[in-house]
Design a binder for this molecule. Structure first.
Ligand code: FE2
Length: 179
């Protein structure tokens, strides 16, 4: 499970996040997330130090860009900005979809052994993001978005970069030096 720092000044999210606790986005679960992660009163932005650095620089650039979008989303949600939130969600979906396609092309080209597992995690994440967008369209609930960012999107993004993407980058780097 996700654990938060006990220091209230420390906005970092603990990375002890297990993908098998993935949050589905049906309304019951969304209520659960909202209950546990909303009304904290602080913006939980991702800091630069939290971003895992992997062996392929272009992947780091993409992760940084995506992090900045996530931080803008969190800020808009915490500010209850119902106009900005759907725009940023759309931008995030487009950026994420492109980001994943680029990674998947690299995996296919390099015959990366864990391609299927990695791609299925991408697909699951995109599906979840679309469900959250639909939920927001129906409910205009910025607390739900903030809860999603804090309880799922941020820890998932950092965890994915630190595990699956790190493995992929190492494989690509190794392959580049041996080909
Ligand atoms: Fe990935």
């Amino acid at each position: 499970m996700l654990r938060r720092s006990t220091n209230s000044n420390d906005i970092r999210v603990n990375l002890d996040f297990r993908p098998d606790t993935n949050i589905s986005t049906d309304k019951g679960i969304m209520s659960f997330i909202i209950h546990f992660y909303s009304n904290k009163g602080t913006k939980t932005l991702i800091t630069l130090e939290q971003l895992p650095i992997v062996a392929i620089p272009s992947m780091n650039d993409t992760h940084l860009d995506e992090t900045l979008i996530i931080n803008r989303l969190e800020t808009a949600a915490k500010d209850n900005n119902t106009e900005a939130v759907p725009e940023i969600l759309k931008e995030l979906l487009e950026h994420t979809a492109t980001h994943f396609l680029v990674e998947e092309d690299m995996m296919e080209e390099a015959l990366f052994p864990a391609f299927k597992t990695h791609k299925s995690e991408h697909d699951r994440h995109l599906h979840e993001l679309k469900s959250v967008m639909k939920y927001f369209e129906e409910h205009k609930d910025t607390r739900a978005i903030s809860a999603y960012v804090e309880g799922n999107l941020t820890p998932w993004t950092l965890h994915h970069a630190d595990t699956m993407d790190r493995m992929l980058a190492l494989f690509l780097e190794e392959r580049a030096t041996t080909v």
